[in-house]
Design a protein around this ligand. Structure first.
Ligand SMILES: [Zn+2]
Length: 216
């Protein structure tokens, strides 16, 4: 890979798909991680190596040139929820007739939001997971837009949510799970103090919501 990149003189990009539970590490944390480390890259510079850990083997690694990377991103990812403008986001939501929860998790429409954050965002925006996207009023869509940015910014600041396997490349855990309000909290009182208990909707991926704060 390195040889080819040098010969052509072009910049190449390594793209890692983590496939649900995959991780990248700068250090091999302990010998138990050796088993599912499917690729080790020796690097020059301050980081001596990069380890690609992929226990479920759902991941992929691509080596792409500039145009290839642009095509890949266009095909696979929708708008970036932290940089999309309000006008563009409003347009995206207005065109979707499906349920809000599915929209938030549809990577080709809005990239990067998984089940944990979709639940937390909808609770923050006080929107039921089954509300229909295209039927929302502009001010409700604005609430969703703000909630996405608030929840994701807070989560990034806290280093993500180490619920099961997730760790940062240096092996540290993300603390955002301590701030989860609804995810995995079925049966507990709503943190807004409305008097209701958090419910769980069994679907493709479980949804957690407050029946009083997030009316259908
Ligand atoms: Zn509530």
């Amino acid at each position: 890979m390195g040889l080819e990149a040098e010969r052509s003189g072009e910049t190449r990009y390594l793209v890692f798909e983590l496939g649900m539970t995959g991780l990248l590490f700068f250090t091999l944390l302990d010998p138990s991680y050796r088993k599912h480390t499917h690729l080790t890259l020796s690097l020059t510079g301050s980081v001596p190596a990069l380890y690609y850990w992929n226990p479920r083997r759902f991941g992929r690694v691509y080596l792409l040139d500039g145009p290839g990377l642009a095509r890949f991103a266009k095909r696979r990812f929708g708008c970036d929820p932290l940089t999309v403008s309000w006008e563009d986001f409003r347009g995206v939501v207005a065109r979707r007739r499906g349920r809000l929860k599915a929209l938030l998790m549809h990577q080709q429409v809005i990239a990067g939001i998984g089940n944990i954050y979709a639940n937390e965002i909808l609770y923050r925006a006080r929107l039921h997971p089954y509300r229909v996207a295209s039927r929302l009023h502009a001010q409700t869509v604005r609430r969703l837009y703000d909630a996405i940015r608030d929840v994701l910014s807070e989560a990034i600041k806290a280093g993500g949510s180490s619920v099961r396997d997730f760790l940062a490349p240096d092996g540290t855990k993300g603390d955002y799970w301590k701030q989860h309000r609804v995810y995995n909290k079925a049966g507990l009182p709503c943190p807004a103090g409305c008097g209701s208990t958090i419910r769980r909707l069994a679907g493709e991926r479980s949804s957690f919501y407050c029946p009083s704060c997030q009316r259908k």
